[in-house]
Design a protein around this ligand. Sequence first.
Ligand SMILES: NC(=O)c1ccc[n+]([C@@H]2O[C@H](COP(=O)([O-])OP(=O)(O)OC[C@H]3O[C@@H](n4cnc5c(N)ncnc54)[C@H](OP(=O)(O)O)[C@@H]3O)[C@@H](O)[C@H]2O)c1
Length: 242
Amino acid sequence: MDIGIIGSGHIGGTLTRRLSALGHRVTVANSRGPDSLAALAAETGATAGTVQQAARARDLVVVTIPQRAVPSLPRDLFAATPASTAVIDTGNYYPELRDSPIAELDAGLNDSEWVARHLGRPVLKAFNNVQARTLARGGLPPGAPGRVALSVAGDDVEAKNRVLQLFDALGFDGVDAGTLADSWRQQVGTPAYCHDLDAAALRAALAAAERDKVAEYRREGEAMVMRLIAEAGGNLDALAAP
Ligand SMILES: NC(=O)c1ccc[n+]([C@@H]2O[C@H](COP(=O)([O-])OP(=O)(O)OC[C@H]3O[C@@H](n4cnc5c(N)ncnc54)[C@H](OP(=O)(O)O)[C@@H]3O)[C@@H](O)[C@H]2O)c1
């Protein structure tokens, strides 16, 4: 596949490595420009590009930047992107830890619906509820006991199937988590958030989530991450790195 990745941090860097190793043609971009990505490009064979170049990928674009940075992406970034290209949002909203409060999200709008509005483009929510280190470790072959499952929520069934196939190629089972309106079920702190569950357990976790607890899940999830960062000596990178 021809894949663009916007963001080259823990998740973007990991996906660049893993998807390049699978033989996909990857263009990766960040906020500082292609020169800053020379080492990652040399390591992986990916192309270091601008965000505009990454957004023009034919099959898949992954937007993997902090939630607060989404409005700073260029306007009309996806104007030249084929309509058939699937766009994945990996984002999570951490108002205290990182993003500052965003009124629409605090009022209950789903994180990825807010991203889709800013991008002017439908998105799929995926890779947000798995740690970069789990993605980096490479998963397991199909049928292996304890194979971790990943979920994807979105409205485009064909695009979602493409993402489910990609999960499998990366070494993970895939779970269809419904439409983008259902994507709150895998937001920060929900039962489906970052527990490395197998497919049956992930389906059960998605089903067990309660809509009126989204703000509470987020508060508790964020508090847990802040505790873990404190335990890691205040080093977010040490916690998030693969
Ligand atoms: N870390 C995890 O395990 C994990 C797991 C699941 C989901 N997530 C979510 O996925 C998203 C990315 O997380 P991360 O941990 O990979 O973040 P990260 O390590 O902090 O990396 C963020 C990346 O976004 C880029 N960026 C920021 N603003 C940009 C802009 N305006 N244009 C282009 N690129 C921009 C940064 O570019 P520069 O390098 O040039 O600064 C950086 O490469 C977040 O929403 C996070 O909550 C993270």
